[in-house]
Ligand binder design. Structure first.
Ligand SMILES: [Zn+2]
Length: 297
């Protein structure tokens, strides 16, 4: 049929060629896991959409909330609950708010790579390598950190990016939405890629908790979101699988959202068999199980 040619180049195979995730057991005493993670974009969440936002100071203030209030309050909450999390931080946010980034590190949390300007890694974009370079450089220069985890800005990925992540020594990525367990990516040439810790869409607080001038709706109330978050965790726990949070200090650091998060994490902690931890811990556990399985084979 005329006009269909551009679709005929789409390969007739799954976009993700990795086999189903292996059902490795969780560490002793645990039947499910929660990868507790935050994305610290600060103002780069807004400038990545339009660099001209840099001069729109109220727009910028939505992101500025992270350094002034949101991140300190979240660090306080995690300390009270005795939890360690992963914070994926853009290089720009580290350069603009070094004290905030240092406080996250000092509190013992994992720091992950989240690009520099938070630019979506779309296939063919000219800045994919530069975003990676500058992110690594900033985390090293400001914090002395060589990250093992990466989460793509806006959660997009492409072959150039995932090949580069492997070459640059990244252990795990947390961007793909296609599983409830960790698995290893397969690169286009069939070789092993990085470990993927898939995020859980319902735990993206941006969807339910942010109401900005650009948002056509109000926020969802605590009971509504808590009900979704509990159901997701309860079912995943029955499956023996994993959930991954995608929380932003400019959302979950707001007073009523912090109250929601406290309630949810307290609920999760009451289930002693849920392993609540960082991405680095889960990826290391996966890698150890994978190595043991290869040895036994
Ligand atoms: Zn982000």
């Amino acid at each position: 049929m005329p006009g269909n040619e551009k679709w005929d180049v789409i390969p007739t195979r799954p976009a993700n060629m990795a086999p189903p995730a292996p059902e490795f057991p969780w560490p002793a005493g645990h039947r499910a896991a929660m990868f507790l993670s935050f994305d610290v974009d600060a103002e780069s969440a807004w400038t990545s959409k339009d660099p001209a936002h840099a001069e729109r100071l109220v727009t910028m203030s939505f992101g500025g909330f992270e350094a002034r209030v949101g991140t300190p309050k979240l660090l306080e909450l995690l300390d009270q609950l005795g939890l360690k999390a992963t914070f994926f931080i853009t290089g720009w946010a580290v350069d603009a708010h070094p004290a905030m980034a240092e406080n996250i590190l000092k509190a013992g949390h994992e720091i992950g790579h989240h690009g520099y300007h938070h630019l979506l890694p779309d296939p063919g974009d000219p800045y994919i390598q530069d975003e990676l370079d500058r992110g690594f450089e900033t985390l090293k220069r400001r914090l002395g950190v060589v990250p093992v985890g990466y989460r793509a800005p806006f959660g997009e990925s492409c072959d150039e990016l995932r090949i580069s992540l492997k070459q640059r020594g990244i252990l795990y990525s947390s961007s793909w939405r296609d599983d409830v367990r960790p698995y290893r990516q397969v690169l286009p040439d069939g070789s092993p890629g990085v470990i993927e810790l898939p995020p859980t869409s319902s735990y993206d607080d941006w969807m339910h908790g942010l109401s900005a001038r650009f948002s056509p709706r109000s926020v969802f109330p605590k009971e509504h979101v808590l009900s979704m978050w509990k159901d997701e965790l309860d079912e995943v726990r029955d499956w023996g699988a994993m959930v991954t949070t995608v929380l932003h200090p400019q959302v979950s650091g707001r007073p009523m959202r912090l109250r929601l998060l406290r309630d949810f994490l307290t609920y999760a902690q009451a289930h002693k068999d849920v392993w609540i931890t960082t991405g680095a811990e889960i990826a290391a556990h996966y890698a150890a199980c994978e190595a043991a399985a290869a040895k036994a084979a």
